[in-house]
Design a binder for this molecule. Structure first.
Ligand code: TRP
Length: 338
């Protein structure tokens, strides 16, 4: 069976973009058709300035939201990265296969590091090596497919390169993974800046709908979305990106095709109203389920404990094999007769 691995980073609250662009597909498709692992990648949250209490809180929340969205621990493995030592163990070996030039070429690193330097801050070494840890996340489990947004495609490409290189040098050890990108329609843009993606953000963005926003907050954000000048409702991603984003969100939440939906509206106001309600309805069951899970922390803990146990059992043999292949001595077994 195909193995799928993906991760969410607990650096901010999860958004409608995360849900429509990725999580919904994991729930509806991936967990049923494959042997899938979904990981709260908390180690990755330490690559930038962080507040320990916040990372803890967001990690717990991300795990609950994955379950609230419909990931079923009976079908897939949901776990927290730092609970499984294999990620860090393998990451070091892969650092010995990757080059520094390769790391410095990563677009996300270049952008984030540049931004940090402008602010006069320092850049953590782990921000540079982060794609190697991500490669370890993927390769430890022999994942065939990695469903991610296109901003992560370069990192998955690196994981492929490292797998191929390791296999050539040290003997076949890793499955060579590939990225699977979500459909175009699932790419949700920021309601205030339709040119940029609705990603997680540290600030409370008026253009970002968070999965746990109250219905009235969702309505307000959608009603205030920037639209383009012009009056008639048409679907044109290039010329009318704000409008196109609303039509795509409506289509993703309520069904239909953006271009056809455009024909149903003769005012921006009516489109916004329907879009807001469609988003509220999509998020309603998720918020309700999340509330139930918060009332039962023991359940979530149990899922994560079992998830880590399963994940460890899957990763261990591959990572051990990599340790042997690269030239490290097997640990000397403790003997009983001493
Ligand atoms: N880098 C990803 C992001 O920022 C998160 C991530 C970490 C990930 N490890 C992964 C995604 C492994 C897929 C597979 O969104």
């Amino acid at each position: 069976m195909t193995r799928v691995f993906s991760g969410v980073k607990p650096t901010g609250h999860l958004t409608l973009g995360n849900y429509l662009g990725a999580m919904r597909q994991w729930v509806a498709v991936d967990q049923h058709r494959s042997d899938a692992l979904f990981c709260v990648v908390d180690l990755h949250a330490l690559t930038v300035d962080h507040d320990p209490a916040r990372v803890r809180r967001l990690s717990r929340q991300a795990a609950s939201l994955l379950l609230a969205a419909g990931l079923d621990p009976g079908l897939c493995t949901v776990f927290v990265q730092s609970h499984v030592d294999e990620h860090a163990r393998l990451s070091y070996l892969l650092e010995c296969v990757a080059t520094d030039g390769e790391m410095r070429r990563m677009i996300q690193y270049k952008e984030k590091a540049a931004r940090e330097r402008v602010r006069g801050g320092s850049v953590r070494l782990s921000l540079l090596t982060y794609p190697v840890l991500m490669a370890a996340d993927i390769l430890a489990y022999g994942a065939d497919e990695v469903p991610v947004g296109d901003d992560q495609a370069q990192h998955v490409e690196l994981a492929r390169d490292l797998a191929v290189r390791f296999n050539q040098r040290y003997g076949h050890t890793f499955v060579v993974p590939r990225a699977t990108l979500p459909g175009v329609a699932a790419r949700v843009m920021n309601l205030q800046e339709p040119a940029s993606k609705m990603g997680k953000s540290d600030d409370v963005g008026p253009g970002i709908v968070y999965l746990l926003d109250e219905p009235d907050v969702v309505r307000k954000k959608v009603m205030r979305a920037v639209t383009d000048s012009g009056r008639e409702v048409v679907y044109d991603r290039e010329a009318r990106p704000g409008l196109a984003n609303l039509l795509e969100i409506l289509a993703a939440c309520a069904g239909g095709e953006p271009a056809e939906l455009a024909g149903d509206y003769d005012s921006y106001g009516a489109l916004k109203k329907d879009t807001a309600e469609a988003v509220v309805e999509v998020l309603r069951p998720l918020r309700e389920r999340h509330k139930e899970l918060c009332a039962d922390p023991g359940y979530v803990e149990g899922v994560l404990r079992e998830g880590a146990r399963k994940a460890r059992a899957m990763a261990r043999p591959t990572v051990d094999a990599a340790y042997r292949a690269i030239g490290l001595l097997p640990p000397v077994a403790e003997t009983a007769d001493r």
